[in-house]
Design a protein around this ligand. Structure first.
Ligand code: FAD
Length: 495
């Protein structure tokens, strides 16, 4: 084999939502990518039904948000009720556009999203997607990685050389196993039956809110999906066999409280064991993991896939930077340090919600876990910032907002900020400063002054600063007030 032959800059293992998002973003960066998927079609069983506005911004960057929005339903929120239908906890979600330019909470059908992501992939000039290709092994050398792939159609094995491998290969990730390291178990483990039905008629009485039935005998969840699709999730008890619980008669008996065969057709069902796991090692050298291969959480917040999309947008531009330099360890080290603590907060919150749904003492859990607001416990959405990473070495007074996502204003010409400035580093300043960035050693920044774009004044006012440096994934690297600080931020470099 010619060891100097590099076939692709990045090989992505797995074309689920995480892999397909990462490949699209790398395509936008012009990176030469191969994405390998072992199945020949999109995963058909019921999975994600919810994503948020931050994640919609990633889909906006990829160019599928408008089409996707047509296939969604805006979610007004979630209610946790006891077995007499008394509301224990309310989690309202505004149904108006928020600071990110999108609604804070959407219901969707995961295969719709995956189809759009793959359609967009096929238009990316530097991305090749191949299905029925199973990655069976990965060998790391000093300068490159060899990926061994079995073509499942022809039962032939070939070797591909690449500079980086990202395992977006789900809960049973082979790449995670090859990277090694512990996987922390955060302690949640429950078996749930998940059922999607297609209503045959309008049934407004089912409502638009997600309802968590906090019944210690039989916890259940109802979700209003787009169009005529509705979801029920039912916790299974010890001794209840999966095969028996999935029989149509059994499923209808669970749903009998709300609907029967005259109202709907059963579309699909599956039994899952919901777990909470966090890998302790997301990278070894040129190999990384993202999405379910790095973390798993119970679905009560609708954030498992969202976390994978966040991994993808965090990693794509860093890989693009890393490809330009031999010193890639520094920038790639920030991937786990930034993402791991962020996803941990989501996992822990999802576990607490799971405990509330399945508790014999819901009030007790509420007391210790949620704020009370005028008698009714109200939950607010969480927005954990990134852990230590890019920008952490700037002076303290320049990193108050480091790791936060900036809002997405509409600009003077009515175009949204992200649409106009793209997946780039963006430097916004009230004053024009003369900063020469080296084309060879420094990432290019898009420089904008509020004299040319007055609509960004408010963004700087909200941050209480005179300048801000934003990464391609819209997170803040640092802010600056004095001219000296503005010059320091303007010369920020990864190398
Ligand atoms: C019932 C349920 C409800 C959920 N609800 C939500 C929700 O509302 N919101 C939310 O955000 N999340 C939700 N989730 C979680 C969400 O579905 C997952 O987090 C998401 O699908 C993970 O995406 P992924 O791309 O990381 O992994 P996957 O979707 O598992 O994709 C991995 C891909 O890798 C491929 N692969 C594996 N091994 C190899 C190999 N060796 N070679 C080549 N290809 C390989 C697989 O075939 C697969 O296509 C829910 C999950 C469940 C089960």
């Amino acid at each position: 084999m010619d060891v100097n032959r590099i076939d692709f800059d990045v090989v992505i293992v797995g074309c689920g939502p995480t892999g397909a998002t990462l490949a699209n973003l790398l395509g936008i960066c012009g990176v030469n990518v191969l994405i390998l998927e072992k199945e020949n079609k999109i995963y058909p069983l019921p999975r994600a039904v919810h994503f948020d506005d931050e994640v919609m911004r990633v889909f906006q960057t990829i160019g599928i948000a408008e089409e996707l929005e047509k296939k969604t339903h805006v979610n007004p929120g979630m209610r946790f009720v006891d077995n007499q239908d008394n509301v224990l906890l309310n989690w309202p979600r505004p149904t108006t556009t928020g600071k990110h330019g999108w609604n804070p909470s959407y219901r969707f059908h995961q295969p719709d999203l995956e189809e759009l992501l793959r359609e967009r992939l096929s238009q990316q000039k530097t991305v090749t997607m191949q299905s029925e290709q199973e990655v069976i092994s990965v060998k790391e050398n000093e300068e490159f990685i060899s990926v061994l792939v079995r073509d499942l159609g022809r039962n032939k094995v070939r070797s591909i050389n690449t500079k980086f491998v990202v395992g977006c290969d789900g809960a049973r990730s082979i790449v995670r196993t090859l990277i090694g390291g512990e996987v922390e178990d955060l302690g949640f483990r429950e078996r749930w039956l998940v059922v999607d039905v297609l209503l045959k008629k309008e049934m407004p009485e089912l409502g638009d809110f997600t309802i968590q039935y906090c019944d210690s005998e039989r916890p259940m969840t109802y979700c209003r999906s787009p169009k005529n699709r509705r979801r029920w999730e039912i916790m299974l008890l010890d001794g209840e066999a999966n095969s028996e619980m999935m029989l149509p008669e059994k499923v209808w008996s669970f749903l009998g409280r709300w609907i029967d065969k005259n109202d709907a057709d059963l579309e699909r069902s599956a039994v899952y064991t919901f777990e909470s796991r966090l890998s302790q090692r997301w990278r070894r050298g040129r190999m990384m993991i993202a999405g379910d291969s790095a973390h798993l959480m119970p679905p009560f917040m609708g954030q498992g896939m969202c976390a994978g999309i966040r991994d993808a947008t965090n990693l794509a531009w860093k890989l693009s930077v890393a490809l330009k330099t031999k010193e890639f360890n520094g920038i790639l080290d920030t991937y786990q340090s930034e993402r791991s603590s962020n996803v941990r907060t989501y996992i822990e919150t999802a576990i607490r919600l799971g405990q509330l749904i399945n508790t014999h003492d819901p009030k007790g859990v509420l007391e210790i876990s949620e704020n009370k607001n005028g008698g009714l416990a109200t939950m607010r959405s969480i927005y954990p910032i990134l852990g230590e990473g890019v920008g952490s070495t700037l002076p303290d007074n320049m990193i108050h907002h480091r790791g936060l996502i900036v809002s997405q204003p509409k600009l003077m010409d009515s175009v949204y900020f992200d649409d106009k400035y793209g997946y780039n580093h963006i430097f916004i300043s009230r004053v024009a400063v003369d900063i020469n960035r080296s084309k060879d050693t420094q990432e290019p920044f898009v420089f904008i002054t509020t004299q040319n774009e007055s609509s960004l004044e408010e963004l700087l006012n909200d941050l209480g600063t005179n300048a801000v440096l934003i990464r391609p994934d819209r997170h803040i690297i640092g802010t600056a007030s004095s001219v000296k600080e503005i010059e320091l931020l303007g010369s920020f470099s990864y190398h």
